[in-house]
Design a binder for this molecule. Structure first.
Ligand SMILES: [Zn+2]
Length: 265
């Protein structure tokens, strides 16, 4: 699917690909690396903080098997350290550490045109899910610190990891700070949001999953079991119902009007 998308006019059509750079190593960002590498023979660069996880192919830390997300194993050619500047496509890109959603994540900033490639650290409406304090005490404080770092940059255009590029950066940051404050006030909300996001991405991959199968499914996958034990203590059917509502909303919002819109049957 990644190769098909890349080959569209909105992608790179038939142009060659010189380099692949990951902002972080979640399945929806690096899951196509192996296929792209095989097709384009281009070097792959990833954040220094992610390299040990990729070396070990740590299915829990990479949120793969732990979340029932998939990615084919690949090799990388170079690592990027925060603070470095790289020239890609005739532009200078400064790599900035952007921990929170992913503790090893980087964003890339071009001061000349004030462009930020934000990965999952900042979207038009929010950012990628964050682990609750009880699971990773670093994640939420790092999320706030990263937003504060981004707020100090002079940004004209954000190219996010999900959704269209946008220029109304100040309101997006405001929404992100509001979400962070709500998360800081309610750890269950953080946990619920993370599970819904994880389920939504699993459904994007599977395309569909019968609602009747959902309780058995979430009982089988580690992240739902672990979070349920720690945070919710619900029967699997009740947790499934709570997540299905949110996942359907998130999934269909993201995939609306596209073929294969996520649904639970
Ligand atoms: Zn991510």
């Amino acid at each position: 699917m990644t190769l098909a998308l890349l080959a569209t006019p909105q992608g790179i059509a038939s142009a060659p690909l010189a380099k692949l750079v990951n902002t972080h190593c979640h399945s929806d960002h690096m899951g196509g690396n192996a296929a792209i590498q095989a097709r384009y023979r281009c070097p792959v660069m990833l954040p220094a903080g992610e390299a040990p996880l990729i070396d070990a192919w740590d299915e829990k830390a990479l949120l793969l098997g732990y979340c029932d997300h998939r990615a084919e194993r690949f090799h990388y050619d170079e690592i990027i350290t925060p603070g470095e500047t790289h020239v890609w496509g005739d532009l200078e890109w400064r790599a900035l550490a952007a921990p929170g959603h992913d503790m090893g994540a980087l964003v890339f900033y071009n001061p000349e045109h004030r462009i930020l490639i934000s990965g999952d650290a900042l979207w038009h409406n929010g950012y990628g899910f964050v682990m609750p304090l009880e699971i990773d005490p670093r994640a939420l404080p790092a999320t706030r610190a990263t937003l504060e770092m981004l707020a100090r940059l002079d940004i004209r255009t954000v190219i996010p990891g999900h959704g269209e590029p946008f220029v109304d950066v100040a309101p997006a940051l405001e929404r992100a700070f509001r979400r962070t404050a709500a998360f800081e006030a309610d750890t269950l909300r953080v946990a619920r949001h993370a599970l819904k996001a994880v389920l939504t991405f699993a459904l994007l991959d599977k395309q569909r999953l019968a609602a009747a199968e959902l309780p058995a499914y979430i009982d089988r996958i580690d992240i739902y079991r672990e979070f349920n034990q720690r945070f919710f203590q619900l029967p699997a059917a009740a947790l499934a119902e709570m997540l299905a509502r949110g996942a359907r909303a998130i999934g269909c919002g993201a995939a609306r009007k596209r073929p294969g819109c996520v649904r639970l049957e």
